[in-house]
Design a protein around this ligand. Structure first.
Ligand code: ATP
Ligand code: MG
Length: 322
């Protein structure tokens, strides 16, 4: 591995981005599913993935040389405002990708306040804190989630992780990059806002997914994070997900507002990846520590989620081909 940049990212990799300075064609895509009702029936979960304890031995097998084939596409899920649904989206996106047979890793990079494991009923025995304090290797952190998903947890209730310096963040990014050969897709769930604990992960990503809801402050802050990363030189595709949408039309309006602003003030196009409807079953699934796509696969939220995952799957395949 070559010398490291400020974020700990290899400079050779950064040069690859710098050579891609051409303007992206980011287009607003039409919505997939249109339904007159959000109703659907409740069904039992498929796989709640509660076997975290046996992970270390399993991971030794996962990391056999035969598994090291192509590099994973790195998606980062972020937002300007907190609580808009990043973790809910990241968990359900990752589990759905894994259920489709893609080797999927979810990195919970909401350092110090990691909670993705709770949403999928996993109890990680080790977290990134143990890795940073040299108690284990990164492969030993991987916890087994539903459908064979691998989870790296950022540690919960740990102030030192929330205040992590550039060196620590660089070590985490290095570790993620080392894992790229062992996965098809890596999803990184970040915290909210425009601090370096968020933007460093965006900087490393092949594709960025910005989550917002229809609230004015959430849209304004979504624009804020996009503006910051663009001004920092990020030139990879940026996609938008509208969560908690009360109708497809509302999501389209949110998207139009944001794309209007990014075109006018930043001169970039962002693409519309899709919506997740407002649905009380999302919260019920969280309380049952099961992804809603597994607990309520027939719900409209799950249908929209699968449409969204179709797009993400295509984006990850595109990366593999280049
Ligand atoms: N589509 C939805 N329908 C209904 N409620 C939802 C939906 N998505 C998320 N929620 C609710 O919003 C809450 C916050 O979601 P989540 O934890 O995913 O947000 P976040 O952006 O990751 O938050 P943070 O910025 O704190 O990390 C959830 O606990 C859930 O109750
Ligand atoms: Mg979160």
């Amino acid at each position: 591995m070559g010398p490291l940049s400020r974020t700990g990212f290899p400079t050779s990799q950064k040069n690859r981005w710098e050579s891609h300075q051409h303007k992206k064609t980011r287009k607003v895509r039409p919505l997939g599913i249109r339904e007159s009702t959000w109703e659907a029936k409740e069904v039992p979960p498929k796989n709640t993935g509660k076997d975290a304890e046996s992970n270390v031995s399993q991971n030794k097998q996962i990391f056999s040389e035969n598994e090291a084939k192509k590099e994973a596409t790195l998606f980062v899920v972020t937002s300007g405002k907190g609580g808009v649904g990043k973790t809910t989206l990241s968990v359900n996106l990752s589990v759905e990708l894994a259920s489709r047979g893609l080797r999927t890793m979810l990195v919970d990079a909401d350092l110090g306040l990691a909670n993705a494991h709770i949403l999928m009923g996993v109890r990680p025995t080790l977290t990134l804190t143990d890795y940073l304090e040299d108690r284990c290797s990164v492969s030993e952190i991987l916890a087994e989630g539903p459908c064979g998903l691998k989870l790296i947890s950022g540690g919960q209730g740990i102030k030192e992780m929330a205040d992590l310096d550039a060196t620590g963040r660089g070590r985490i990014l290095d570790a993620i990059l080392d894992l790229r050969s062992y996965a098809d897709v890596i999803i990184i769930d970040t915290g909210a806002g425009v601090s370096s604990t968020v933007t460093d992960f965006v900087e490393a990503a092949d594709q960025t997914i910005v989550v917002t809801n229809a609230n004015f402050t959430a849209i304004a802050n979504a624009y804020g994070i996009i503006k910051v990363v663009i001004q920092d030189g990020y030139d990879q595709p940026i996609h938008l997900v509208v969560n908690r949408a009360r109708s497809p039309e509302e999501a389209e309006q949110v998207c139009e507002k944001l794309t209007g602003c990014t075109q006018k003030f930043l001169e970039i196009e962002i693409s519309y990846l899709g919506l997740v409807p407002e649905d009380p079953r999302v919260n019920r699934a969280i309380q049952k520590r099961t992804p809603f796509t597994q607990l309520f696969p027939d719900s409209t939220a799950s249908q929209y989620m699968r449409k969204l995952v179709d797009h993400v799957e295509k984006l990850s395949v595109q990366k593999v081909k280049t």
